[in-house]
Write a protein that binds this ligand. Structure first.
Ligand SMILES: [Cu+2]
Length: 496
């Protein structure tokens, strides 16, 4: 579809190939639409919390495929309208067309990233670059209908277009008929009614066993105070569990992206290259810069230079800041910059753990924007994959000082970082040590003390230190236990 770049990864084979007939799949599609709509309604019966167009009273799922002309008599007249983009909305966002007129929409993408315009009738512009335009023939308009941007998450952010047929055959509520195939086609814009089946913990663990773990060792410090890195944005397929894949967006092919390490005063020179199919960007919390230029969204094939000097120590998040950020972060575009505090003592082991969240869209597709907005992740990850350090435990020895740098990349859930069987003698978070070397730093508590949790909200980071006194398997978890059970879990394997 469309002349623009593909916005999704390879599609799974049509029909699923699992023995279900196409008709059965269609029926399931209808049921899923109905149940999803009901669930949305139950969660938010007034529809006041968000502009989601899939809530009751909207038109898209009750709209038949094809023209809206129905029984209207074509007038032979044409209505021409120009629709532009302002922020994450169409302007105008509502069009009135005399019933029976043919509607021609000139779509000018005046936004800062790729957009498209898809109508419930099935007409679509294809993906349009910023600054480019396309003409869409919406056909003869006989009833109210709707359009939207189908790039992931854009519709949920409000990129919808109401088309009203003035003097037409009636409001959407009087229309009947649901075309399951049409609804299925609409599912790829992040309003998915057919999320992939969520793998069980056993299936996730099985996948972790057969995959190389993401390295958790903190990269060695470098002597230079000037750091040069190239971040290439990719869009690729990843396997979550046997038979379950999804599309991920990355910096340099992995989630999280590269761990950067430096000291206060170091300067980082980042070249961001967009090898993806849509607009992307980057925002480094480790620097303070005017965001306008370095954090701007760049089109596929473009690059930009982003330079910042680290003035403050911390475990700083970076992430794609292209709207909707929740979608770009969930799809994998995040990572950590570690700027060491000045007086940091050496440790025997240093690990980095970045927590992430996954919300499954349709099989093979990007995340589901509606599920992201619901805040309940399907899968939790440390360093991009659920349970990978259960399958590949992180080694340590009895008596060693182990330092763990931790970042909660979110976008939605907190992290109560805890190591089962251990006590933290040092907890440092967001510029402040609450416990240091087994002593409270608040000036009130006397004597030996410690901590059981490093608490982090989304985008917060810190580190803990502990020493294991006996060999064993020490689990590390998000002590929000339901999140641990979804994958925010791993082991330190402590030997003599
Ligand atoms: Cu992005």
């Amino acid at each position: 579809s469309g002349a623009g770049p593909a916005r999704r990864g390879p599609r799974p084979p049509a029909g699923g190939g699992d023995g279900l007939s196409r008709a059965a799949m269609a029926v399931m599609g209808v049921l899923l639409v109905v149940s999803t709509t009901l669930a949305v309604w139950l969660a938010d019966p007034t529809g006041a919390l968000r502009p989601d167009t899939s809530s009751p009273g909207s038109t898209d799922d009750s709209q038949s495929a094809g023209s809206t002309s129905g029984s209207v008599t074509p007038t032979g007249e044409t209505t021409e309208v120009t629709v532009r983009v302002e922020g994450m909305a169409f302007t105008p966002s509502s069009i009135e067309v005399p019933a029976g007129n043919q509607l021609i929409i000139t779509f000018e993408n005046t936004g800062d990233q790729y957009h498209d315009l898809v109508l419930a009738t099935g007409a679509e512009t294809g993906s349009i670059a910023p600054g480019a335009a396309a003409t869409l023939d919406a056909g003869v308009i006989g009833a109210d209908t709707q359009g939207w941007c189908s790039l992931p998450g854009h519709r949920q952010m409000g990129m919808t277009l109401e088309i009203r047929a003035v003097g037409g055959s009636g409001s959407p509520s009087s229309m009947t008929g649901t075309d399951a195939t049409q609804s299925g086609d609409h599912a790829h814009d992040g309003t998915s009614s057919a999320s992939a089946q969520v793998p069980s913990a056993t299936q996730l663990l099985e996948q972790a066993r057969t995959s190389d773990p993401h390295p958790a060792e903190l990269p060695a410090a470098q002597d230079s105070t000037e750091h040069h890195h190239t971040f290439r944005v990719t869009e690729q397929q990843d396997t979550l569990a046997p038979g379950v894949t999804h599309t991920v967006w990355t910096y340099n092919g992995s989630t999280p992206g590269p761990v950067l390490r430096g000291k206060v005063g170091d300067t980082f020179h980042i070249t961001l290259v967009n090898d993806g199919s849509m607009g992307h960007s980057i925002d480094f919390h480790a620097g303070d810069v005017a965001p306008d230029e370095p954090m701007r969204t760049i089109a596929p094939g473009q690059s930009l230079e982003y330079t910042f000097t680290a003035k403050r120590s911390g475990v700083w998040m970076y992430h794609c800041s292209t709207a909707p950020m929740s979608m770009h972060i969930v799809n994998g575009m995040y990572g950590a910059v570690i700027i060491e505090p000045d007086d940091l003592a050496p440790a025997d082991r240093e690990y980095v753990l970045v927590q992430g969240e996954q919300y499954l869209g349709a099989e093979g597709d990007v995340a589901d924007a509606t599920r992201i907005a619901g805040l309940v992740p399907d899968i939790m990850t440390f360093n991009g994959r659920a349970f990978q350090y259960d399958a590949h435990p992180l080694p340590a020895r009895v008596g060693e000082k182990v330092r763990v740098w931790v970042l909660d990349a979110g976008p939605n859930q907190p992290l109560a970082f805890h190591v089962v069987g251990a006590q933290f003698d040092t907890v440092w978070s967001e510029g402040h040590a609450s416990v240091s070397g087994g002593t409270s730093t608040d000036g009130v508590t006397r004597g030996e003390t410690g901590a059981q949790v490093l608490p982090l909200l989304p985008a917060q980071g810190g580190f803990v230190e502990f020493t294991a006194h006996e060999p064993g398997r020490y689990a590390f978890v998000n002590h929000a236990m339901s999140l641990a059970e979804k994958g925010a879990h791993g082991f330190f394997e402590v030997t003599q």
